[in-house]
Design a protein around this ligand. Sequence first.
Ligand code: AMP
Length: 116
Amino acid sequence: MTTIFSKIAAGDIPADIVFQDDRVTAFKDINPIAPIHILIIPNKEIPTVDDVTEADEQTLGHMFVVARKIARDLGIAESGYRLLVNCRDDAGQEVYHLHMHLLGGRSLGPMLAHRD
Ligand code: AMP
């Protein structure tokens, strides 16, 4: 199923793209929850982390390299940032095209809002 993120990667709908190459696309989240909130996606459609295979290892590793580059470019490498990937319902995944959130620009607080 083609998602809105696949269309962004293909250039079919607009987004504020900060980085793109043959494997990944990174763009600003439309509803940011931090001063810096970037989404990094594989150009290939992978719905969730649960759909990842060994064939995806290089692309997924590349997402971390791109995250590091963007963090440095945006000046938050030293202050720190959070990388987050939601998988399916309990994590609140909304868009079923695997994506890594890059969050920073302020102290992000504890990792989870609620504790058991
Ligand atoms: P998740 O809950 O992990 O699936 O996160 C989905 C994220 O995608 C949310 O933070 C949304 O604000 C963001 N989002 C949804 N549609 C767009 C879009 N067209 N452009 C940029 N970000 C989007």
